[in-house]
Write a protein that binds this ligand. Structure first.
Ligand SMILES: N[C@@H](CCC(=O)N[C@@H](CS)C(=O)NCC(=O)O)C(=O)O
Length: 254
C-alpha cells in the first residue's frame, strides 16, 4: 500500500522514515542509489521530475517532497496525530516546516558535500563534471556548478554555518516555552528538524549547539531515545558509517 523510494543516508528520506515509524505504518522500501545517479534515470524522473528522493507511492498515487509526504501521511493516517489540533498551533508548525526546508535543509548540504560526497567526483575534469554531474540535474544544476568538483568556497561555508547557527538559536528560543518544536506535543516540526541535526552530529559539527544551546541538546537527546529513531536510522544511514569524513573547508589540491 505504501512504497517509499528513498536513500538510507538522505536526510529528506529520514524525515519521512521517522514519520512512518512514529505512525506505526508498514511500508515497502525501494532504495535509490544516489551515488550512481539512479534518481536521474528516465524511470525515476517519471515518478519525481525533480530527480530527488524521497518519493512515496500510495495506492498508485505519486507523492513527492518530504514535507508534503509527511503532511500527506498526517492527513491520511491521522490515528497517531503529528500536527496540533488547534488551527493557530498548526500554522506555527507549518511555518517551522517551511523554515526548516528553506534555511537549514539547504545549508546542511554545504558541509555534507564538502566533507563527505566530494570524492565521488575525483577523476573528473571540469568539463566532465559539468556534463556528467551538473547538467543532468533538473533541480540542482546551479548548486553543483557553484560547488564544482573541489567543493564550496569559504564564503559559502561561512554562509551555511551562519544559517545553521541562526536555526539553532531559533530552536533554542522555541524550546524555552515548549517541550518540542511542534509545541506541547511532539510532531512534524521535530521529525523534520531531527535528521538535519543528526547529519551535523555525524559530521562532527555538534559544537554548533552543544555548549551554547542546552535546550536543543536536551531536545535532541529526547528525540534520539525514541524507538522511531532506531527504525529510521538503521545501520548505514549515517555518512560516517561508509564514507570518510573530510575537511569542512574547500580542498586546495586538484
Ligand atoms: N525538497 C525535496 C528535496 C529532496 C532532496 O534534495 N533530496 C536529496 C537527498 S536528501 C537528493 O535526492 N539529492 C539528489 C542530488 O543531489 O542529485 C524534499 O524535501 O523531498
Amino acid at each position: 500500500m505504501l512504497k517509499l523510494y528513498h536513500a538510507n543516508h538522505s536526510t529528506c528520506s529520514q524525515k519521512v522514515r521517522l514519520c512512518l515509524a512514529e505512525k506505526g505504518l508498514d511500508w515497502e522500501s525501494e532504495l535509490v542509489n544516489l551515488a550512481t545517479n539512479e534518481h536521474l534515470t528516465p524511470e525515476y524522473l517519471a515518478l519525481n521530475p525533480n530527480g530527488v528522493v524521497p518519493t512515496l507511492i500510495h495506492d498508485g498515487a505519486i507523492i513527492t517532497d518530504s514535507g508534503v509526504i509527511c503532511e500527506y501521511l498526517e492527513e491520511v493516517f491521522s490515528d497517531v496525530p503529528l500536527l496540533p489540533s488547534e488551527p493557530k498551533e498548526r500554522a506555527i508548525v507549518r511555518a517551522w516546516i517551511r523554515y526548516l526546508d528553506e534555511v537549514p535543509t539547504a545549508a546542511v548540504r554545504v558541509p555534507s558535500f564538502n566533507m563527505a560526497f566530494l570524492p565521488r567526483y575525483d577523476g573528473l575534469d571540469d568539463d566532465a563534471f559539468q556534463k556528467e554531474q551538473a547538467d543532468i540535474r533538473p533541480l540542482r544544476k546551479h548548486f553543483y556548478e557553484k560547488m564544482g568538483r573541489k567543493g564550496f568556497d569559504d564564503n559559502e561555508v561561512d554562509n551555511a554555518l551562519e544559517q545553521l547557527s541562526a536555526t539553532i538559536s531559533r530552536m533554542e528560543a522555541r524550546l524555552q516555552d515548549n517541550p518540542w518544536l511542534s509545541g506541547a506535543e511532539l510532531g512534524l516540526a521535530d521529525f523534520i528538524a531531527a535528521p538535519l541535526m543528526d547529519r551535523l552530529d555525524d559530521l562532527n559539527l555538534e559544537e554548533l549547539w552543544q555548549k551554547s544551546s542546552p535546550r536543543v541538546t536536551d531536545w535532541f537527546e529526547r528525540l534520539r531515545s525514541r524507538p522511531s529513531f532506531a527504525k529510521a536510522f538503521y545501520p548505514k544511514s549515517r555518512l560516517s558509517e561508509f564514507l570518510p569524513i573530510g575537511d569542512l573547508r574547500r580542498r586546495t589540491s586538484p
